[in-house]
Design a protein around this ligand. Structure first.
Ligand SMILES: *[C@@H]1O[C@H](CO)[C@@H](O)[C@H](O)[C@H]1NC(C)=O
Length: 242
Protein backbone atom coordinates (compact mmCIF):
# COMPACT_ATOMS: atom_id res chain seq x y z
CA UNK A 1 0.00 0.00 0.00
CA UNK A 2 2.80 2.33 0.99
CA UNK A 3 4.55 1.38 -2.23
CA UNK A 4 1.49 2.15 -4.31
CA UNK A 5 1.11 5.50 -2.58
CA UNK A 6 4.69 6.52 -3.36
CA UNK A 7 4.24 5.30 -6.94
CA UNK A 8 1.14 7.49 -7.38
CA UNK A 9 2.99 10.38 -5.74
CA UNK A 10 5.85 9.92 -8.21
CA UNK A 11 3.48 9.97 -11.21
CA UNK A 12 1.77 13.13 -9.93
CA UNK A 13 5.15 14.80 -9.40
CA UNK A 14 6.30 13.92 -12.91
CA UNK A 15 3.07 15.21 -14.39
CA UNK A 16 3.58 18.48 -12.53
CA UNK A 17 7.16 18.76 -13.70
CA UNK A 18 6.11 18.24 -17.31
CA UNK A 19 3.44 20.92 -17.21
CA UNK A 20 5.59 23.50 -15.41
CA UNK A 21 6.93 26.26 -17.66
CA UNK A 22 10.72 26.16 -17.97
CA UNK A 23 12.95 29.14 -17.26
CA UNK A 24 16.15 29.26 -19.28
CA UNK A 25 18.92 31.56 -20.47
CA UNK A 26 19.84 31.42 -24.16
CA UNK A 27 21.11 33.40 -27.09
CA UNK A 28 18.09 33.74 -29.39
CA UNK A 29 20.03 35.24 -32.29
CA UNK A 30 18.39 34.15 -35.57
CA UNK A 31 15.50 32.65 -33.56
CA UNK A 32 11.81 33.52 -33.35
CA UNK A 33 9.23 32.76 -30.71
CA UNK A 34 6.17 31.15 -32.29
CA UNK A 35 2.69 31.79 -30.86
CA UNK A 36 0.61 29.20 -32.74
CA UNK A 37 -2.88 29.74 -31.36
CA UNK A 38 -5.10 32.20 -29.61
CA UNK A 39 -5.36 31.36 -25.93
CA UNK A 40 -4.42 33.09 -22.71
CA UNK A 41 -2.42 29.95 -21.81
CA UNK A 42 0.26 30.98 -24.32
CA UNK A 43 2.75 33.52 -23.02
CA UNK A 44 6.41 34.31 -22.70
CA UNK A 45 8.01 36.08 -19.75
CA UNK A 46 11.36 37.85 -20.03
CA UNK A 47 13.43 38.09 -16.86
CA UNK A 48 15.81 41.04 -16.52
CA UNK A 49 18.87 40.81 -14.26
CA UNK A 50 17.82 43.65 -12.01
CA UNK A 51 14.84 45.78 -11.03
CA UNK A 52 14.16 49.00 -12.93
CA UNK A 53 15.29 52.49 -12.16
CA UNK A 54 15.35 54.23 -15.52
CA UNK A 55 14.18 57.63 -16.62
CA UNK A 56 13.90 56.63 -20.28
CA UNK A 57 13.31 53.45 -22.23
CA UNK A 58 13.38 52.12 -25.78
CA UNK A 59 11.70 48.83 -26.70
CA UNK A 60 12.51 47.28 -30.10
CA UNK A 61 11.07 44.09 -31.56
CA UNK A 62 10.07 42.45 -34.83
CA UNK A 63 6.85 40.58 -35.44
CA UNK A 64 5.13 38.63 -38.18
CA UNK A 65 1.44 37.93 -37.82
CA UNK A 66 -1.94 37.21 -39.22
CA UNK A 67 -4.16 39.23 -36.94
CA UNK A 68 -6.57 36.87 -35.17
CA UNK A 69 -7.57 38.73 -32.01
CA UNK A 70 -9.15 42.18 -31.84
CA UNK A 71 -6.21 44.11 -30.32
CA UNK A 72 -3.08 41.94 -30.37
CA UNK A 73 -0.54 42.81 -27.72
CA UNK A 74 3.14 42.68 -28.63
CA UNK A 75 4.87 43.71 -25.42
CA UNK A 76 3.69 44.29 -21.86
CA UNK A 77 5.76 45.50 -18.92
CA UNK A 78 4.05 45.69 -15.54
CA UNK A 79 5.47 47.06 -12.29
CA UNK A 80 3.83 47.05 -8.85
CA UNK A 81 2.93 50.76 -9.30
CA UNK A 82 1.53 50.48 -12.85
CA UNK A 83 0.07 47.27 -14.32
CA UNK A 84 0.63 48.78 -17.78
CA UNK A 85 3.90 50.59 -17.29
CA UNK A 86 5.09 50.14 -20.89
CA UNK A 87 2.93 48.20 -23.32
CA UNK A 88 2.43 48.04 -27.06
CA UNK A 89 -0.57 46.77 -28.97
CA UNK A 90 -2.36 47.17 -32.29
CA UNK A 91 -5.93 48.48 -32.31
CA UNK A 92 -7.59 46.82 -35.26
CA UNK A 93 -10.77 48.92 -35.32
CA UNK A 94 -9.02 52.29 -35.49
CA UNK A 95 -5.92 50.87 -37.26
CA UNK A 96 -3.51 52.50 -34.83
CA UNK A 97 -0.72 51.36 -32.58
CA UNK A 98 -1.30 52.06 -28.92
CA UNK A 99 1.47 52.75 -26.43
CA UNK A 100 0.68 52.67 -22.74
CA UNK A 101 3.07 54.45 -20.38
CA UNK A 102 2.50 54.41 -16.61
CA UNK A 103 -1.03 53.16 -17.47
CA UNK A 104 -1.83 56.21 -19.68
CA UNK A 105 -2.60 55.48 -23.33
CA UNK A 106 -1.61 57.21 -26.54
CA UNK A 107 -2.36 56.17 -30.13
CA UNK A 108 -0.08 56.51 -33.14
CA UNK A 109 -1.58 56.81 -36.59
CA UNK A 110 -0.40 56.09 -40.13
CA UNK A 111 2.06 53.29 -39.33
CA UNK A 112 1.94 49.97 -41.20
CA UNK A 113 0.58 46.72 -39.87
CA UNK A 114 0.58 44.06 -42.60
CA UNK A 115 -0.29 40.40 -42.48
CA UNK A 116 2.48 37.89 -43.17
CA UNK A 117 5.37 40.32 -43.34
CA UNK A 118 8.15 41.08 -40.87
CA UNK A 119 7.49 44.42 -39.20
CA UNK A 120 10.22 46.14 -37.16
CA UNK A 121 9.03 48.38 -34.38
CA UNK A 122 10.76 50.61 -31.82
CA UNK A 123 9.02 52.71 -29.18
CA UNK A 124 10.64 55.32 -26.95
CA UNK A 125 9.57 57.29 -23.90
CA UNK A 126 11.48 59.83 -21.84
CA UNK A 127 10.50 60.95 -18.32
CA UNK A 128 12.22 64.34 -18.74
CA UNK A 129 9.99 65.40 -21.61
CA UNK A 130 7.12 62.94 -21.03
CA UNK A 131 7.11 62.32 -24.79
CA UNK A 132 6.55 59.05 -26.63
CA UNK A 133 7.53 58.18 -30.20
CA UNK A 134 7.18 55.10 -32.35
CA UNK A 135 9.06 53.84 -35.39
CA UNK A 136 7.63 51.17 -37.65
CA UNK A 137 9.91 49.91 -40.41
CA UNK A 138 11.36 53.22 -41.55
CA UNK A 139 8.50 55.54 -40.68
CA UNK A 140 8.64 57.67 -37.54
CA UNK A 141 5.49 58.80 -35.76
CA UNK A 142 5.26 62.31 -34.34
CA UNK A 143 6.08 62.74 -30.65
CA UNK A 144 3.15 62.72 -28.25
CA UNK A 145 2.87 63.53 -24.54
CA UNK A 146 1.71 60.65 -22.36
CA UNK A 147 1.88 59.67 -18.69
CA UNK A 148 3.30 61.36 -15.60
CA UNK A 149 6.96 62.42 -15.85
CA UNK A 150 8.34 59.80 -13.47
CA UNK A 151 10.90 57.03 -13.94
CA UNK A 152 10.22 53.33 -14.44
CA UNK A 153 10.81 51.76 -11.04
CA UNK A 154 10.55 48.40 -9.32
CA UNK A 155 10.56 44.75 -10.26
CA UNK A 156 8.90 44.38 -13.65
CA UNK A 157 6.98 41.44 -15.07
CA UNK A 158 7.54 41.49 -18.83
CA UNK A 159 5.36 39.41 -21.15
CA UNK A 160 5.24 38.90 -24.91
CA UNK A 161 2.08 37.86 -26.73
CA UNK A 162 -0.32 38.93 -23.97
CA UNK A 163 -1.12 42.22 -22.24
CA UNK A 164 -1.17 42.27 -18.47
CA UNK A 165 -4.16 44.04 -16.98
CA UNK A 166 -2.74 43.59 -13.48
CA UNK A 167 0.76 43.06 -12.10
CA UNK A 168 1.81 39.58 -13.25
CA UNK A 169 -1.31 38.49 -15.09
CA UNK A 170 -4.89 39.25 -15.96
CA UNK A 171 -4.63 38.21 -19.61
CA UNK A 172 -7.50 38.84 -22.02
CA UNK A 173 -8.21 36.74 -25.09
CA UNK A 174 -8.89 39.83 -27.22
CA UNK A 175 -5.24 40.89 -26.68
CA UNK A 176 -3.71 37.54 -27.65
CA UNK A 177 -0.99 37.50 -30.29
CA UNK A 178 -0.49 34.80 -32.94
CA UNK A 179 2.55 34.61 -35.19
CA UNK A 180 6.26 35.16 -34.63
CA UNK A 181 8.13 37.66 -32.41
CA UNK A 182 11.91 38.17 -32.62
CA UNK A 183 14.81 40.45 -31.72
CA UNK A 184 13.29 41.91 -28.54
CA UNK A 185 15.61 44.45 -26.91
CA UNK A 186 14.92 46.84 -24.04
CA UNK A 187 17.28 49.78 -23.50
CA UNK A 188 17.41 52.05 -20.47
CA UNK A 189 17.81 55.11 -22.70
CA UNK A 190 16.47 56.68 -25.90
CA UNK A 191 18.22 55.24 -28.93
CA UNK A 192 19.34 57.75 -31.54
CA UNK A 193 17.62 57.88 -34.93
CA UNK A 194 20.75 56.36 -36.46
CA UNK A 195 20.70 53.44 -34.00
CA UNK A 196 17.01 52.83 -34.72
CA UNK A 197 17.67 52.91 -38.46
CA UNK A 198 20.40 50.27 -38.07
CA UNK A 199 17.98 48.08 -36.11
CA UNK A 200 15.29 48.50 -38.80
CA UNK A 201 17.75 47.49 -41.49
CA UNK A 202 18.39 44.32 -39.48
CA UNK A 203 22.12 44.89 -39.69
CA UNK A 204 23.89 42.49 -37.43
CA UNK A 205 25.75 45.32 -35.73
CA UNK A 206 22.73 47.06 -34.20
CA UNK A 207 22.85 47.98 -30.51
CA UNK A 208 21.65 45.24 -28.14
CA UNK A 209 19.44 46.05 -25.18
CA UNK A 210 21.25 46.78 -21.93
CA UNK A 211 18.16 45.79 -19.92
CA UNK A 212 16.71 42.96 -22.03
CA UNK A 213 19.05 41.46 -24.61
CA UNK A 214 17.70 38.91 -27.14
CA UNK A 215 21.21 37.54 -27.54
CA UNK A 216 21.47 36.67 -23.85
CA UNK A 217 17.91 36.19 -22.73
CA UNK A 218 16.47 34.69 -19.56
CA UNK A 219 12.91 33.68 -20.37
CA UNK A 220 10.03 31.35 -19.55
CA UNK A 221 7.62 30.01 -22.15
CA UNK A 222 4.20 28.52 -21.46
CA UNK A 223 1.46 26.78 -23.40
CA UNK A 224 2.10 25.82 -27.01
CA UNK A 225 4.68 28.58 -27.55
CA UNK A 226 7.89 27.41 -29.32
CA UNK A 227 11.37 28.70 -30.10
CA UNK A 228 12.33 28.10 -33.75
CA UNK A 229 14.94 29.18 -36.28
CA UNK A 230 14.01 32.34 -38.20
CA UNK A 231 15.14 30.84 -41.50
CA UNK A 232 13.04 27.76 -40.85
CA UNK A 233 9.78 29.69 -40.55
CA UNK A 234 9.89 32.64 -42.99
CA UNK A 235 11.83 33.61 -46.12
CA UNK A 236 14.75 36.02 -45.81
CA UNK A 237 13.34 39.08 -44.11
CA UNK A 238 12.61 42.11 -46.23
CA UNK A 239 13.62 44.71 -43.61
CA UNK A 240 16.66 45.58 -45.69
CA UNK A 241 14.62 46.86 -48.61
CA UNK A 242 12.10 48.96 -46.71
C1 LIG B 1 22.57 39.42 -17.18
O1 LIG B 1 23.48 38.63 -16.47
C2 LIG B 1 24.14 37.65 -17.27
C3 LIG B 1 24.95 36.74 -16.35
O2 LIG B 1 25.79 37.50 -15.52
C4 LIG B 1 24.99 38.36 -18.31
O3 LIG B 1 25.69 37.44 -19.09
C5 LIG B 1 24.05 39.19 -19.18
O4 LIG B 1 24.79 39.93 -20.14
C6 LIG B 1 23.22 40.15 -18.34
N1 LIG B 1 22.20 40.73 -19.20
C7 LIG B 1 22.13 42.03 -19.45
C8 LIG B 1 21.02 42.47 -20.34
O5 LIG B 1 22.89 42.84 -18.96
Amino acid sequence: MKRLASYVFFIVLCGLALSLPIKERKCLREKVITFPDLTTDNWVKLHPNESMDMSAATVCLRFYTERMSLDPCLFSLATPSYPQDFSLRWLSTSKQYEMTIHSFKVQMDGLVFNNNQWISLCATWDANSGLAQMFVNKVASIKKAVGPKVSFKGNPVITLGQCQTQYDGGFNEHNGFTGFIADVHVHGQILTIRQIKTYMEAKTKYKHGDYINWHNLMYTIAGSVQVEGKHQVTFNSKEEQQ
